[in-house]
Design a protein around this ligand. Structure first.
Ligand SMILES: Cc1cc2nc3c(=O)[nH]c(=O)nc-3n(C[C@H](O)[C@H](O)[C@H](O)COP(=O)(O)OP(=O)(O)OC[C@H]3O[C@@H](n4cnc5c(N)ncnc54)[C@H](O)[C@@H]3O)c2cc1C
Length: 386
């Protein structure tokens, strides 16, 4: 029997590709290998589950077993691939060697924690980047038997969404970050301050403008030690200080990688013949877009390429919708620093237009009622990968 097409990773990229592939080719042997449970779930829902008090099982659309049955693939769960050999077209799982005909690396991105966390605090300090993480945090929260005091470190998309969601779920939330305002990479300061204001008005404590030195034990509590030597005490800490593409396998196999991800062309081909990369781990023609729409476009294009129709991927001007119901936010951050931000509106209803030197629209950010301008402005903005 010929070696299977092998996908490493069962996130939205890996399973999305399998689904797109099956729509074009029902027969080709495919193996999907994943380090996690392999459940098919929508990652963006993780930061909406606490307000709705959703148990982890309600977030999974189907189990790994059903993915295997419905999409006709061999699915190996809780299995970490240790190495890839591109010359012999094999991969290693412990002592086991498996052949592949073509390989797709959909290994995603891993949370980065830029300060030490003592091992003794493992059950109190969390990151949530997959359904298994959600399960662990959900269980820790439930074991308190009362609303928790949660310190969230990091005010990017993930930190802000969890902050809003946990607050809406009845918990006491503090948001800690070195930047002066939330969402520093998506919003210019006036809009970031509007979001911070909406958070505070709803009862969230903001500790912005100072970094975190360490996380420590403080009696029965966990203490977040800040740069200015003050401490913030909590039952649980959620660290949301960024994600880094998981490039280790690819790098060890000699593929071209950088901090932005595994380098691919628009066919999602890496520097090694027969090896593709997709999703958060891929840096496509110099663009690292760690969102759902780009990976869905990539999955569709790659499915066609792998079934004999080479199809380059393109990314449209796709804005990011931030799930902060306390103040809705939509942003299409410019790919390079704008000559100026033009900010209009009042209180929480703001429009910010990022303009180039010659006055062209190169990005935008919207808050409150102005999010309804999303479609109109996206039509006028340049594609992320044209
Ligand atoms: C809380 C949260 C909310 C988000 N909300 C939005 C949103 O509203 N809109 C949006 O567009 N984007 C959102 N995103 C981003 C979006 O969810 C991601 O871009 C997307 O889910 C990435 O999917 P992926 O399959 O590339 O990676 P991942 O989901 O990280 O999957 C990687 C897979 O690879 C496996 N793996 C890794 N290494 C190995 C190995 N060595 N061996 C075997 N398996 C391995 C892992 O187990 C996992 O199955 C959000 C992200 C988070 C964390």
């Amino acid at each position: 029997m010929s070696a299977p097409l092998t996908i490493i990773g069962s996130g939205m990229a890996g399973i999305g590709l399998l689904r797109a592939l099956r729509a074009l080719d029902a027969e080709r042997p495919v193996t999907l290998i994943t380090a996690d449970s392999g459940d098919d779930y929508s990652k963006p829902l993780l930061s909406t589950g606490f307000a709705k008090r959703l148990p982890p099982e309600r977030l999974a659309a189907r189990s790994a077993l059903r993915v295997a049955e419905e999409l006709g693939a061999v699915v190996r769960t809780h299995t970490r691939v240790d190495a890839v050999d591109t010359a012999s077209r094999t991969l290693a799982i412990g002592e086991e060697t498996l052949p592949w005909s073509e390989l797709v690396l959909a290994t995603g991105a891993a949370p980065v924690t830029p300060f030490p966390v003592p091992e003794t605090l493992a059950g109190r300090v969390f990151t949530i980047n997959d359904l298994d993480d959600y399960r662990a945090f959900h269980a820790a929260l439930a074991s308190l038997g009362r609303p928790g005091r949660i310190a969230i470190v990091g005010a990017g998309l993930v930190g802000c969404e969890f902050a809003n969601d946990l607050l809406a779920g009845g918990h006491e939330v503090s948001l800690v970050a070195p930047e002066a305002a939330p969402l520093p990479r998506l919003l210019p300061p006036p809009l970031g301050r509007a979001l911070g204001g909406a958070f505070e008005a709803a009862g969230m404590a903001l500790a912005l403008g100072g970094g975190v030195r360490a996380i420590e034990t403080a009696g029965a509590d966990v203490a977040v030690a800040l740069d200015d030597d003050s401490h913030l005490e909590a039952d649980l800490v959620l660290v949301a200080t960024g994600l880094r593409p998981r490039t280790a396998l690819a790098q060890a196999a000699g593929l071209s990688v950088s901090a932005a991800g595994i380098h691919t062309d628009r066919l999602l081909a890496t520097s090694a013949p027969g090896v593709h990369a997709l999703g958060d781990v891929a840096c496509v023609d110099g663009v690292s877009a760690m969102y759902v729409q780009p990976l869905q476009a990539g999955a569709k294009a790659l499915a066609r390429t792998l079934t004999g129709t080479p199809t380059p991927v393109g990314y449209g001007p796709w804005p990011v919708v931030v799930k902060t119901p306390l103040l809705p936010v939509v942003a299409l951050p410019p790919t390079h620093p704008p000559a100026r931000w033009r900010v209009e509106g009042e209180s929480g209803d703001l429009t910010a237009l990022a303009e180039s030197e010659d006055g062209r629209l190169i990005g935008f950010a919207l808050t409150g009622a102005c999010v309804r301008r999303k479609v109109e402005l996206a039509r006028a903005a340049p594609p992320l990968l044209g």
